[in-house]
Ligand binder design. Structure first.
Ligand SMILES: NC(=O)C1=CN([C@@H]2O[C@H](COP(=O)(O)OP(=O)(O)OC[C@H]3O[C@@H](n4cnc5c(N)ncnc54)[C@H](O)[C@@H]3O)[C@@H](O)[C@H]2O)C=CC1
Ligand SMILES: O=C(O)[C@H]1O[C@H](OP(=O)(O)OP(=O)(O)OC[C@H]2O[C@@H](n3ccc(=O)[nH]c3=O)[C@H](O)[C@@H]2O)[C@H](O)[C@@H](O)[C@@H]1O
Length: 452
C-alpha cells in the first residue's frame, strides 16, 4: 500500500489530503502537524477550518485511510511520498523583510525529513514557494540524507477557499514539476498515478521544476492583477458616471478576456495574493529586473489605494469624521464561505476608521469604552448605527430586510457596499444614502469633497 504523509494540516494540507484519501482508497494518508490543537480539531466533530463539503469528505475516510496526527516523525519515516504544505508567510525581519517568503518552516520540515528518513522518498512541494526553492531543499536533503535518495517535485495547489472541495474534485489542472532525469520522470509518474484516480489525464500537466514553481506565483499574480484592473476602473467609473458592473460585463464577454474574476471590490484579501506578489517582486529584484518588479508592485499599490478610497468615501460622506459614530461592519472574512480572516480588507478598513478617530475621543484604556463589539446578527449590528459597510459578500446580506434596518438606524442612514451586492435603487427608495463601489454616485456623495 502506498503511504502518503502531509506535513502541515492547514487550509491546504487538510482538504487536499482528505480528497486524495477519498478518491484513492488504496492509499493511506497521514496528515501531521506540530500544532496539537489543530490536530485535535481535525480528529473532532468541529474541524479547524470551515469549508463547504469538507465535513462530509473527512467523515467518509477519517480512521479508514485518512489519519491526523502529531507524530510527525513516525509518519514521515513510513511514507513513500511526503507532501510539505507548511505556511510560507512574508518575512517580517532581516534580508528581504516585507517581501521575501519566510522559508523557515519549510527548511525545518526538510531537515526533519532528512533526519528521520530510512528509505527513499518523493518530497512534494505543496506550499507556494519562490522559484528555485526545490534546489535549496534538494541540498538540505542530500547533504543530510545518509545516502537515501530523495526526488523533489513541485505540485503547487490552485484551490480557492470557500470552493476548495469543488476545486479539488474538478481541478482546471494539476501541475507537477520535476527533474528531467529518469529518476525525476519516475517520481512525476508516481504522483501522476495518485491524481489519475479522479483527474482526467489531459488535465495533469507536467513541467520542469522551475516552471511549476513559477507558474503558481504567476497564476496568483494574474488573478490579483485582474482584480486590481477592475478596481482601478471602478475609480474611473465613479468619476465619469459609468457603472463598473456594466463595464466588466461588457469587457468580460470578450472570449479572450472571459467573465470570471472581474468583480470590483473593496480590495482583495486572503493569506496569499499579497504575499505571493511581494515574493514575485522580490525575485524579480534579485534577478536584476527592476522594471518587472515595479510592474507587479502596482497590483498591490492599487489594492491599497482601493481600500483607502473606500474609507475616504465613508468618512467624507459622514461629514468628514466617523468619531462618535457607530458603524456596522457586515462581514469580516476575506471572502464568503470561509471563516478565514487572514489579510482581510476588513482589518485595513477598520484600522483606518480608528485612525480617523481623534485622540481626545479615544478611550484611555481599551477596557473603559469598548470600541469594537461583535454580534451574530446583522440587525443587532446595525441598530442605532449611523452607517453600515458591507465588507464580505455573504449571501445573507443580499436578502436582509433593509427597511427594518433603515428604521432602526440613525438618520441620515448610510450604506457603503464594498462588494456591490445590494440593490442600490431599492435602498435609495427606502431612504438610504448609498455608495456602491464603481457605481454612479449618490447626489449626496457628489457634493462631498471626497478625495479618492
Ligand atoms: N490557503 C489557501 O487557500 C492556499 C494556500 N496555498 C499555500 O499553501 C501553503 C500552506 O497554506 P495554508 O494551508 O493556508 O497555511 P496554514 O497556516 O493554514 O497551515 C500550515 C500548517 O503547517 C504547520 N507547520 C508549520 N511548520 C511545521 C512543521 N515544521 N512541521 C509540522 N507542521 C508544521 C502549521 O502548524 C500549520 O498548521 C502556503 O505556502 C500557501 O501559500 C496554496 C494554495 C491555496
Ligand atoms: O494561492 C492561493 O492561496 C489561492 O489564492 C486564491 O484563492 P483565495 O485567496 O482562497 O480566494 P479568491 O477567490 O481568489 O479571492 C481572493 C480575494 O480576491 C477577492 N476578489 C475575488 C474575485 C473578484 O472578482 N474580486 C475580488 O475582489 C476576494 O473577495 C478575496 O478577497 C486563488 O484564487 C487560488 O487559485 C489560489 O490557490
Amino acid at each position: 500500500m502506498v503511504k502518503i504523509c502531509c506535513i502541515g494540516a492547514g487550509y491546504v494540507g487538510g482538504p487536499t489530503m482528505a480528497v486524495i484519501a477519498l478518491k484513492c482508497p488504496s492509499i493511506e494518508v497521514a496528515v501531521v502537524d506540530i500544532s496539537v490543537s489543530r490536530i485535535a480539531a481535525w480528529n473532532s466533530d468541529q474541524l479547524p477550518i470551515y469549508e463547504p463539503g469538507l465535513d462530509d469528505v473527512v467523515k467518509q475516510c477519517r480512521g479508514r485511510n485518512l489519519f491526523f496526527s502529531t507524530d510527525v516523525e513516525k509518519h514521515v519515516c513510513e511514507a513513500d511520498i511526503v507532501f510539505v504544505s507548511v505556511n510560507t508567510p512574508t518575512k517580517t525581519r532581516g534580508l528581504g523583510a516585507g517581501k521575501a517568503a519566510d522559508l523557515t518552516y519549510w527548511e525545518s520540515a526538510a531537515r526533519m525529513i532528512a533526519d528521520v528518513s530510512k528509505s527513499d522518498k518523493i518530497v512534494v512541494e505543496k506550499s507556494t514557494v519562490p522559484v528555485k526553492t526545490a534546489e535549496a531543499i534538494e541540498k538540505i536533503l542530500t547533504h543530510n540524507g545518509k545516502g537515501i535518495k530523495f526526488q523533489i517535485l513541485s505540485n503547487p495547489e490552485f484551490l480557492a477557499e470557500g470552493t476548495a472541495i469543488e476545486d479539488l474534485f474538478k481541478p482546471d489542472r494539476v501541475l507537477i514539476g520535476g527533474r528531467e532525469t529518469p529518476e525525476g520522470q519516475k517520481a512525476i509518474q508516481a504522483l501522476k498515478d495518485v491524481y489519475a484516480h479522479w483527474v482526467p489525464e489531459d488535465r495533469i500537466l507536467t513541467t520542469n521544476l522551475w516552471s511549476a514553481e513559477l507558474s503558481k506565483l504567476a497564476a496568483n499574480a494574474f488573478l490579483a492583477q485582474r482584480i486590481s484592473s477592475v478596481n482601478a476602473m471602478s475609480a474611473l467609473c465613479e468619476a465619469t458616471g459609468a457603472n463598473v458592473k456594466q463595464v466588466s460585463f461588457a469587457v468580460g464577454t470578450d472570449s479572450r478576456i472571459g467573465p470570471k474574476f472581474l468583480n470590483a471590490s473593496v480590495g482583495f484579501g486572503g493569506s496569499c495574493f499579497q504575499k505571493d506578489i511581494l515574493n514575485l517582486v522580490y525575485i524579480c529584484e534579485c534577478n536584476g529586473l527592476p522594471e518587472v518588479a515595479e510592474y507587479w508592485k502596482q497590483v498591490i499599490k492599487i489594492n491599497d489605494y482601493q481600500k483607502g478610497r473606500f474609507v475616504n468615501r465613508v468618512v467624507a460622506s459622514m461629514f468628514n469624521t466617523v468619531a462618535n459614530k457607530k458603524i456596522a461592519i457586515l462581514g469580516f472574512a476575506f471572502k464568503k464561505d470561509t471563516g478565514d480572516t487572514r489579510e482581510t480588507p476588513a482589518i485595513d478598513v477598520m484600522n483606518k476608521f480608528d485612525w480617523d478617530h481623534p485622540i481626545h475621543l479615544q478611550p484611555m484604556s481599551p477596557s473603559t469604552v469598548k470600541q469594537v463589539s461583535v454580534v451574530w446578527d446583522a440587525y443587532a449590528a446595525t441598530k442605532d448605527a449611523h452607517g453600515l459597510c458591507i465588507l464580505t459578500e455573504w449571501d445573507e446580506f443580499r436578502n436582509l430586510d433593509y427597511q427594518k434596518i433603515f428604521d432602526n438606524m440613525q438618520k441620515p442612514a448610510f450604506v457603503f457596499d464594498g462588494r456591490n451586492i445590494v440593490d442600490v435603487d431599492k435602498l435609495r427608495e427606502i431612504g438610504f444614502i448609498v455608495y456602491s463601489i464603481g457605481k454612479p454616485l449618490d447626489p449626496w456623495l457628489k457634493d462631498m469633497p471626497a478625495v479618492a
